[in-house]
Write a new protein. Structure first.
Length: 128
């Protein structure tokens, strides 16, 4: 059996990370929670996620700056990044940051699953 994909879920809202972690673990992913940008940056030095879900409005270092640091760290081996935010400008910000995709909060389970599956490496499918 293939190794579970590692997904980082990065948001300062405990409810969002708990919900997302439950959904993705039930679908066969390994999930690492990061409650601030510093944890994301520390985490990617220790583990290589296959996908990062990142809130734009994080304490300490904002999402845009975090994305720049992630890209600098991974250089030629980019990791798909999906931003999520309650902002009405989420889509425009996603385009300007050239991230893989975006989710507008609040989002539902099916929407989350579809976007995550679309960006997992290879032909990895979420389990039923």
């Amino acid at each position: 059996m293939a190794q579970k994909p590692l997904v980082f879920v990065c948001d300062d809202d405990q409810g969002i990370v708990d919900f997302t972690k439950i959904v993705l673990e039930e679908k066969g992913c390994e999930v690492m929670i990061c409650l601030n940008s510093d944890a994301v940056l520390k985490g990617i030095k220790e583990h290589t996620p296959q996908l990062i879900l990142l809130d734009l409005w994080m304490p300490s270092i904002g999402g845009a700056e975090t994305i720049k640091k992630i890209r600098h760290h991974f250089g030629n081996h980019p990791i798909p990044i999906i931003i999520f935010s309650a902002s009405k400008e989420t889509e425009q910000v996603a385009l300007s940051l050239k991230v893989s995709d975006f989710l507008t909060k609040p989002f539902d389970i099916e929407e989350l699953e579809k976007i995550v599956e679309r960006h997992l490496p290879g032909n990895w499918k979420l389990s039923e």
